[in-house]
Design a protein around this ligand. Structure first.
Ligand SMILES: C[S@@+](CC[C@H](N)C(=O)[O-])C[C@H]1O[C@@H](n2cnc3c(N)ncnc32)[C@H](O)[C@@H]1O
Length: 195
């Protein structure tokens, strides 16, 4: 990976760790995914040669950078969604610092709305956002997900109760196979069986 990407990733990891150790509430933290989850997303996107990646929940762009680094290798791009203008501004700066701005498109606003009306196929969807909307975010993209396309949802272990409906939804979906992976805060990984 390019050193400028690793530099921004390291900076965000340090900040996230400090904010967590200070016990700040979620809204006062950058709320980055666990580093192990970031690296797994990178490896999954590389392994699947994902070109069209969608993310719900940008924050300062930590997970986006892992996904975008893989998208760049794959000749693809990431569409990332966030509702918070201040976080988007910070993410935009981080994408520029990492030299990855050209492979990232930011959709600003409520992803339940901004994701609708798009038509391009999606290879990989990553959800790390408002827990009560995971199903809605999933539904907004599902039709565009290709055969073999993957949906990764964060916090499947740390917030298992809040995500109970989502987890049950994907685990009982007839066109998905899913597995809960206890890495970081827990990832629910689902694969679409037929287009
Ligand atoms: C946990 S943070 C994302 C962290 C990011 N994935 C990372 O690893 O750095 C969740 C983000 O979801 C955003 N969010 C909450 N509700 C949203 C919605 N309805 N549409 C889009 N973004 C939303 C919040 O503003 C917040 O920045």
């Amino acid at each position: 990976m390019e050193p400028e990407v690793l530099d921004v990733i390291a900076r965000l990891e340090m900040r996230d760790q400090q904010e967590r150790s200070l016990g700040l509430v979620g809204s006062d933290r950058i709320q980055a995914v666990h580093p192990d989850s970031g690296r797994l997303l990178y490896v999954l996107a590389l392994a699947k040669e994902s070109k069209s990646i969608v993310e719900v929940g940008t924050s300062h762009g930590y997970s986006t950078l892992w996904l975008a680094a893989a998208a760049k290798v794959n000749g693809g791009r990431v569409v990332t969604c966030d509702i918070n203008p201040e976080r988007i501004a910070a993410a935009r700066q981080n994408f520029a610092d990492a030299g990855l701005a050209d492979v990232i498109e930011i959709l600003e606003g409520d992803a339940r709305e901004t994701l609708r009306g798009r038509s391009e196929p999606v290879d990989l969807l990553f959800i790390d956002s408002e827990k009560s909307y995971y199903e809605t975010f999933f539904d907004a993209v599902y039709q565009r997900l290709v055969k073999g396309g993957m949906v990764v949802a964060d916090n499947a272990v740390s917030h298992q109760d809040e995500l109970e409906d989502y987890i049950s939804y994907v685990e009982n979906h007839p066109n998905l196979e899913s597995a809960r992976v206890p890495i970081g805060r827990g990832l629910e990984i689902s694969v679409k069986l037929t287009a």
